[in-house]
Design a protein. Structure first.
Length: 156
């Protein structure tokens, strides 16, 4: 998919055209896979359409919510991005990728505290995950942005 997204898109589209039923598990997976390919191609609005179709077929799943969050974030549409990211974490508490997406969106919406909490959770719970490397980098960047704490005692 990543090496040849145009070919993957064509293959998934052909699969959808030949799918016997609109509401079966195979059709759902083809929509999800084509949406992922569309994301690689930067076609986020079309990816969202496929993901919403997959959601209509199979209901909410953690991967669908995560991909929706990512696509909406890429479009700068942060309210539905955050809603989807929150749902992704609720559906899969063990997903560092979902928590990373939620943290990144929190940061974009100005909720530094929530972003920091999610990034720290990722680093603590999944220290070797790819998401932990990104979380560490984000925490380091955030720490560089914050002014040094004032070490003087408050005046009464």
């Amino acid at each position: 998919m990543a090496d040849k997204p145009e070919q993957a898109y064509t293959a998934f589209s052909n699969g959808l055209a030949q799918a016997p039923l609109e509401n079966d598990p195979l059709t759902l997976e083809l929509h999800v896979d084509r949406a992922r390919t569309l994301g690689l191609l930067g076609e986020y609005e079309d990816a969202i359409k496929d993901l919403e179709q997959a959601r209509l077929i199979g209901g909410w799943r953690a991967d669908i919510a995560l991909y929706l969050a990512s696509a909406y974030r890429a479009l700068g549409d942060l309210e539905p991005a955050l809603d989807a990211a929150i749902r992704a974490v609720e559906l899969d508490q063990q997903s560092p990728a979902a928590r990373l997406e939620r943290a990144n969106i929190h940061m974009l919406t100005g909720d530094e505290k929530a972003a920091r909490t999610d990034w720290q959770t990722i680093v603590t719970r999944w220290p070797d995950a790819a998401a932990a490397f990104a979380a560490r980098a984000n925490l380091a960047a955030l720490d560089q942005m914050d002014p040094a704490p004032n070490n003087t005692a408050p005046t009464p």
